[in-house]
Design a protein around this ligand. Sequence first.
Ligand code: ADP
Ligand code: ADP
Length: 230
Amino acid sequence: MNIIETKNVTYQYPDGTNALENINFSAPTGKIIALLGPNGAGKSTLFLHFNGILQPTSGSVMVDNACLNYKKEDLMNLRQKVGIVFQNPDDQLFAPTVVEDVAFGPVNLGLSKEEVKKRVDESLRRVEMIEFKHKAPHHLSGGQKKRVAIAGILAMHPKIMVLDEPTSGLDPRGASKIMKLLYELNREGITIIISTHDVDLVPLYAHSVYIISKGNIIKKGSPQEVFEDA
Ligand code: ADP
Ligand code: ADP
C-alpha cells in the first residue's frame, strides 16, 4: 500500500519554469523513501505537492487513498497528516521562543491547553531540545533549529514526515543524530520521505530510492537496484 502517490505530476512555476515533468512517485506505507538529485532537480517542488502547498499543473496526488482536492477543510487535515520540514529551518521557525514555535501547530488544531503542553514537551524531549524551550530559535545552531522544526511537526502527530535535505549544513555528528531520530520514528510507524544529495547516506537507511534530474525521475528501486550499475 502506498500512503502517497503522484500520477503524471507536471508542475510549471508562474514564471514559466518547468520544474516537474510527469512524475510518478509512490511512498509505501511505513517505509523510508529517499529522493536523490542535484540542486534544482525538483526535489523541493515535488515535496510541496505532498501537503498541497503546490497544486500540480497537470496530474494528481493521492494521500492516504484520497485524491487531493485542495479544499480548505481538507488541506487542514492533510497538513496534520503530512508534516514537511523545510531545508532552511529559518523558513519555518518564527515564534519568539522554541516552545511557542512547537505549540503553533497544535494550538491551530484547537487542542486544549493541557494537550498542547503535553505534545510540546513530548516532542521537544524527543528531539533533545527540552532544555532550550525558552530560548529564541534564532539563537540556536543549525542542527538545533532543524530539531526544533522536527519537534513542531511531531507535535502534530503526523503519519508522514517529509524532510528536505535534513542533514545539509550539519556536521557529521549533527547529521547522524537526525538520521538516528528518523530511523526511530520510522520504526514507530511514521512514513519518512527525505531528499538528499548525499549519496553515501542513502544505502544506509532507505527502503526505496528515487533519482530525480531536471524534473524527471531517471531511476527508482531498492538502493541495490539503483546503485549496482552506477
Ligand atoms: P531542488 O529542491 O531539487 O533543489 P527545486 O524544486 O527547488 O529543486 O527547483 C526545481 C526548479 O524549479 C529549478 O529550476 C528552480 O530554479 C525552479 N524553482 C524553484 N522555486 C521556484 C519559484 N518559486 N519560481 C520559479 N522557479 C522556481
Ligand atoms: P543578541 O543576539 O541579542 O546579542 P545574545 O547573543 O546576547 O543576544 O544572546 C541572548 C540569549 O541567548 C542569552 O541568554 C544567550 O545565552 C542565549 N544564546 C546565545 N547564543 C546561543 C546559542 N547558540 N544557543 C543557545 N543559547 C544562546
